[in-house]
Design a protein around this ligand. Structure first.
Ligand code: SF4
Ligand code: SF4
Length: 258
């Protein structure tokens, strides 16, 4: 985590800040000499929506996915839990989903795999150049894609990688992860951290919590929403974000029954 923190500082201090119209030249296909090289020994943070897509792709529960494929790095600077994809124990520390043919979960690959070689960063509030999120290029030495000659804008790359749904869910997640509560450096107590982890990363357990408890006796929830969240993980996650805002921060996003 310390290494990643240093990289983040370097990105904020030194990397050119790009916007959606910025241009770059890059190509990635099966014929590049580095094919698959970026799928080993790599730090991939998983978003709540990444986990839903992957566990549904693999047809396993979120609990099994978490147990088998993730790590939970702990850093005292973190104000909430984060989840990383666990690399295999082989010589190369390969991603569990890489095959000779490429990514075996390609259509449901995580947000950061879609974005590569792009990253997104948010300046600190104290940053004098900081006026919102910016994009940057991760020019890793192993990646020969920058020697190819296909021209892109950031916008065109993101559309080609079908990132829009991930970005939309990411914006909802930010209402929790970048909440004013955390900006005031307040810490969540253990039971609330557990609830954060359950909603954001263990969606099947959250469904049990909602449907196998007195939840609907205590809170007003529209019938249509109950129907949707029973079956649809994405809808349940959006519902869960509202629940987290209520139970972690006291926002008025849920209504108690009389
Ligand atoms: S999920 Fe797919 S694209 Fe991402 S590192 Fe693993 S094999 Fe590569
Ligand atoms: S290292 Fe770069 S060019 Fe090579 S496969 Fe990965 S993304 Fe593509």
């Amino acid at each position: 985590m310390e290494e990643l923190q240093k990289l983040k500082e370097t990105i904020l201090a030194d990397y050119p800040r790009l916007n959606k119209e910025s241009k770059f030249t890059f190509g990635c296909n099966k014929n590049v000499s580095c094919f698959n090289k970026c799928c080993s020994d790599v730090n991939i943070f998983l978003t709540p929506y990444d986990i839903i897509r992957l566990k549904n792709r693999l047809k396993i529960s979120s609990q099994v996915f978490l147990d088998k494929y993730t790590l939970l790095p702990i850093d005292e600077k973190q104000n909430h839990p984060v989840v990383m994809l666990k690399m295999d124990n082989d010589e190369n520390k390969s991603c569990p989903f890489v095959t000779e043919e490429g990514c075996s979960v390609y259509e449901d690959r995580p947000w950061s795999c879609r974005m590569f070689p792009l990253g997104v960063a948010s300046p600190k509030e104290t940053d004098e150049n900081g006026d919102g999120e910016f994009y940057f290029l991760l020019e890793e030495s192993v990646c020969r894609g920058f020697e190819e000659d296909t021209n892109w804008t950031i916008d065109k790359w993101m559309k080609g990688q079908k990132v829009a749904e991930y970005t939309e869910m990411g914006e909802h997640f930010k209402e929790i992860s970048l909440h004013e509560y955390f900006k005031q450096k307040k810490q969540l107590e253990p039971a609330k951290l557990e609830m954060f982890y359950t909603v954001c990363y263990n969606i099947d357990k959250f469904r049990e919590f909602v449907f196998q408890s007195t939840f609907f006796k205590r809170f007003k929830v529209d019938e249509e929403i109950v129907k949707k969240i029973k079956e649809d993980d994405k809808e349940l996650l959006l519902f869960g974000f509202n629940w987290l805002r209520y139970c972690l921060f006291g926002d008025k996003t849920m209504e108690l029954k009389k």
